[in-house]
Design a protein around this ligand. Structure first.
Ligand code: G3P
Ligand code: MG
Length: 243
């Protein structure tokens, strides 16, 4: 899997409402070859692209996404909270997002954002989607904070590139990687150290870290051996890293 130095976090999320088609389209226009998005499941079992468990922060809806039916979700405005320029931007389904990216061949880090208790239901739906609907033109790396999701992925899709996603790096992270046959380690940038990078490199595991919005910090991390940084500012970061 050919990972780039810069991955657009939730799309071009500094310039457009996160995890929307507008944000993803903009990230592609800004030169991103990979994007990260969060995916969750509706009450009807449809996959929607959304970060939070609840709808309140990034839409004009309220309550748990996992407890809301499609009929309501598809009528929400997921753009006005960010700017009136994005009024009526829909809450995207994963299917709509994939259709948008397909002509561009953009790589996707699909973060499986399980609401506790819905882990398995979500993992099953994402695995079904990857098996039957995911276009071969789009490279995909799945990741999750949820051990239940990682376990289900490995049961259903032993060959699917999979990232162990953590905030702090646990002391026994190598054992976790082996347990779920993970390919990559994703962590908060605060916890990356030269020693950790060296161990990861020796073990052959790419390290991806979030969320890096300062070019100098990105350079330091990449010099340390980090493979990819997730940023909200794809345009500026791509320009800074390439210069
Ligand atoms: O996948 C990397 C990063 O997005 C994990 O944290 O909260 O931004 O989804 P969060
Ligand atoms: Mg995420």
């Amino acid at each position: 899997m050919d990972l780039p130095s810069v991955i657009a976090h939730r799309g071009a999320s500094a310039d457009a409402p996160e995890n929307t088609l507008a944000a993803v389209k903009l990230a592609v226009e800004h030169g991103a070859t990979w994007i990260e998005i969060d995916v969750n499941i509706s009450a009807d079992g449809t996959l929607f692209v959304h970060h939070d468990d609840t709808l309140d922060r990034c839409t004009d809806g309220t309550g748990y996404l996992v407890g809301t039916k499609d009929e309501t979700l598809i009528s929400l405005d997921a753009g006005s909270w960010f700017s009136t320029q994005f009024t009526d931007e829909p809450l995207p389904t994963l299917s709509a997002l994939v259709d948008l990216l397909k002509p561009h061949g953009t790589g996707v880090n699909l973060e499986i954002k399980a609401t506790p208790g819905a882990d398995i239901a979500l993992a099953e739906k994402v695995c079904d989607f990857l098996k039957s609907q995911w276009p071969e033109e789009l490279p995909v790396l799945a990741s999750s904070f949820s051990p239940l999701v990682l376990e289900e992925f490995r049961r259903q899709l032993p060959e699917q590139p999979l990232g162990l996603l953590v905030c702090a790096v646990p002391a026994n992270w190598l054992a976790w990687m082996e347990r779920y046959s993970c390919d990559t380690l994703h962590c908060a940038e605060h916890f990356v150290t030269p020693n950790f990078c060296k161990t990861a490199q020796q073990a052959g595991y790419p390290v991806l870290c979030y969320t890096v919005n300062e070019a100098n910090r990105a350079r330091t991390l990449l010099d340390m051996g980090v493979t990819s940084i997730f940023t909200d500012h794809a345009k500026a970061m791509i320009a800074a890293i390439q210069s």
